[in-house]
Each structure stands twice: as C-alpha cells, then as structure tokens.
Design a protein around this ligand. Structure first.
Ligand SMILES: [Zn+2]
Length: 290
C-alpha cells in the first residue's frame, strides 16, 4: 500500500493531532457492506489543527481496490436502497424538478432507476461489476472523475456516500463544479462527525471504516463546497430505509446489536422495512455560483 504524507486539503495546514491509530497497516481496506471486524479497521486518521477537518494521513492510494470488487451484501439490500432512492428523489425535485442528472459513484444504478422517472440520467462508476450492472439500464461512464468529458454541463450532480472516499476531495469537487452548469444543483450525502451520535460512539461510529478517507462535519463540508464555488441551500438528514435483517447486519458490530441481530432475522420480521433518520449523517444541497 502506497501512502504519502499530505497537508489538509481544506486549509493547507500540515499541523494535526491523531484521532485514530493505523490498524490496517499495508493491507487494502475492506470495501464491502458486510461490516466485519476488518471493515472497522482504518488507516491513521488526523484532525487538522487549523480548520478541524478529519482526514486520513498518510493518505493511501485505494482506487484500485474498488475495480474488481463484487458485493453480494449490497445486491441483497436492493429493495431498501430503492425505497431510500425514491425518497431522495422526492427531496431533489423540490429544488430541481427536471433536467440532466449525473450520479457520481452510481454503483449498480439503483438511484439512477428512481431518478430516470423525472430526469435524463447518466452515472459514473469505478467498480467494474457495478458499472456493468448499471450500464445494462443506463448511460454509465467507467472512468475516474477527472477524466470524464461531457458535451453539455449537467443540471444536477449527486454523490451518495461517495465524498468520504476521495483521496483529494478538493480536486474532486472542483471537477464536479466543472461538470455542472452555473446555478446547477449539487447533492451530497455523507457522515456528520460533529453530531451527537458520533461524539457519543467515538471510534465505534459506523462511518469510521478503512475505505472512508475523509470525515466531514456540516461546517467542514460547507467550507469545502464554498471553496469549490457552491452555496448551500439545504442541510438536513436523509431518511434511510432498512429491512430489519439488514439493520441487524449493520448493528451486529455493537454489543447490544449483536444480541438483537438474530431476532431481526426471524422469518416473519426480516423483510419488514422501517425508516431510520440518524444523527451522524447529513444530506447537503448546494448550488453552483453563477
Ligand atoms: Zn485544515
């Protein structure tokens, strides 16, 4: 694993304090959704002494880890992801009811399926198997963000659970700004490290994973977007739907959750879908400045 010492991408400071130790070493991160003990291991995470941004440092190069990964846990959770995607689209439509939409990190295209009812959609995905699944139904690009060329800018760009994977979120969001028309809508869904639940859970917070390289708060996310030419128009939490068995999979990493997990997997219960609105996650909408 190739790692390099980097300055804070928000303010350029090289001063920081260590928040999490490196428990992965030279191994690649676990990139699946099965939440094993390995998923919770991270590289060293630091907090910028100047602006408070949390990021992985030294920063590893992990892009290749996604290319050949096929995630069966993700495939099984399609019904709940469709329901969440429908809900997210209903929020977007209040700000931009139609137009051209690009979903960055579109995985197997579940959000594209929901969005295609109202928008002309395209996706971008690095994982080969996910790209091949999504490309059966939609126009999808299998190239890194900085190499995507488009004839006409988009009206909306969405990043659901993607921004925390970027090695250099400042450069990545500058690329996104170039892909959007002035006044275009940006949608970011990620963790919120400053809310009460992460503060309470500490290093047990579920967003702390080896594949997540950046941990935003509302303040640091808005700071990044502002530097990249966006003005925030909405910040809130997104209601995420879970089937009870899947909630059990997510909770099994906590002691109480591990006890509840077999109960949530009972035949009469496991497919029941419940909405969950969690502290520690945020949905942020912003417009590209004219
Ligand atoms: Zn900083």
């Amino acid at each position: 694993m190739n790692k390099r010492e980097i300055p804070c991408c928000l303010c350029g400071s090289t001063k920081h304090t260590v928040v999490l130790p490196d428990t992965l070493g030279d191994r690649p991160p676990a990139v699946g959704y099965d939440f094993s003990t390995e998923t919770r291991k991270t590289y060293q995470v630091v907090k910028c002494a100047s602006c408070g941004f949390l990021y992985t440092n030294p920063m590893p190069s992990v892009a290749e880890c996604y290319e050949e990964h096929r995630d069966e846990t993700y495939i099984r959770s399609c019904p709940q992801r469709r329901r969440t995607a429908d809900h997210a689209v209903s929020i977007l439509r209040r700000y931009q009811p139609s137009g051209r939409l690009l979903d960055i990190g579109c995985a197997t295209g579940i959000f594209l399926d929901s969005a295609a009812r109202f928008y002309q959609v395209e996706g971008l995905e690095l994982s080969r198997w996910a790209y091949e699944e999504a490309a059966k139904r939609h126009k999808v690009h299998n190239v890194p963000l900085d190499r995507l060329k488009v004839d006409k800018p988009f009206d909306i760009a969405t990043l659901f659970g993607v921004i925390e994977h970027f090695e250099d979120p400042y450069s990545a969001m500058q690329c996104v700004a170039r892909l959007l028309r002035p006044g275009g809508l940006l949608v970011v869904y990620t963790g919120d490290v400053d809310s009460w639940l992460p503060r309470w859970l500490g290093k047990k917070w579920w967003w702390f994973q080896g594949m997540h390289l950046c941990y935003f708060s509302r303040r640091t996310c808005e700071l990044l977007l502002s530097k990249c030419g966006f003005d925030t128009v909405h910040v809130g939490t997104l209601c995420v739907y879970f089937q009870l068995y899947s909630l059990g999979v997510s909770l099994k990493r906590y002691r109480l959750g591990a006890l509840m997990s077999p109960l949530l997997n009972l035949p009469g219960l496991r497919r029941i879908m419940v909405p969950v609105k969690l502290s520690g996650e945020m949905l942020l909408l912003a417009r590209r400045r004219p």
